[in-house]
Write a protein that binds this ligand. Structure first.
Ligand code: GTP
Ligand code: MG
Length: 203
């Protein structure tokens, strides 16, 4: 499988216009979005950092699987991190622009084939994550909830986290780790399904 960087977008004007399915990674700053993208691509495409707020732009990566159509992975800036605002706003303007092309537009970006909402398995049910999940659901996005960094949990804590997530979000999370690779294969299966089901918008 080939993978390459496509572009970085600072605003809606810079977004790619190619009619290619997009798989979006959303989640709090530092949760591990860029790391999961690298694990999926099996190469260090996206910059990662121990300090939150590393990804400030919407970054697009093209993946060409051996079989099936090429698609883009979209690495969004994390929420819950904004200068001078420790709690953060749920979604900064760039993210809103990405999804809707601006505050006036209500239609979801047609390229979006699915959203992977990443949460930290050690912190199930954070208000900002629940808010994000509600926002995606309200806008009709196909979402896969994924709890990452499970390598940091003991067996018992992991079971507790699994149950707490189900209680808080009402759905099961894919338990995964970019570090050990756990769950990456399963995430691939979901992504491939979304890409396959995605219909190129007619112009
Ligand atoms: P922003 O770009 O700031 O929004 O962060 P991000 O969500 O892209 O997180 P990033 O991938 O940069 O990872 C943040 C930190 O968590 C880095 O130090 C990673 O090495 C670490 N990390 C990411 N995934 C895992 C994981 O599955 N397990 C462990 N133990 N550490 C991880
Ligand atoms: Mg990042």
């Amino acid at each position: 499988m080939a993978a390459e960087f496509v572009t970085s977008a600072a605003s809606a004007r810079d977004l790619p216009r190619e009619p290619v399915a997009e798989l979006v990674f959303a989640g709090r700053s530092n949760v591990g979005k860029s790391s999961v993208i690298n694990a999926l691509a099996r190469q260090p495409l996206a910059r990662t950092s121990a300090a939150p707020g590393k990804t400030r732009l919407a970054n697009f990566y093209r993946l060409r699987p051996e079989r099936g159509a090429a698609f883009h992975l979209v690495d969004l800036p994390g929420y819950g991190y904004a200068r001078g605002d420790r709690e953060g706003r749920a979604f900064e303007p760039l993210v809103q622009e990405y999804f809707f092309g601006g505050p006036a537009q209500r239609q979801l970006r047609p390229a979006i084939a699915g959203v992977v909402l990443l949460i930290d398995a050690r912190h199930p049910g954070l208000a900002s994550d629940l808010e994000a999940a509600g926002w995606f659901a309200a806008h009709g996005c196909a979402v896969r909830l994924a709890a990452t960094k499970v390598d940091k949990l003991s067996r018992a804590d992991r079971q507790r986290a699994d149950a707490a997530i189900r209680r808080a979000f009402g759905v099961d999370a894919l338990m995964m780790s970019a570090q050990t690779g756990e769950g990456i294969e399963e995430l691939w299966v979901w992504i491939a399904q979304q890409v396959e089901q995605w219909k190129q918008p007619s112009r």
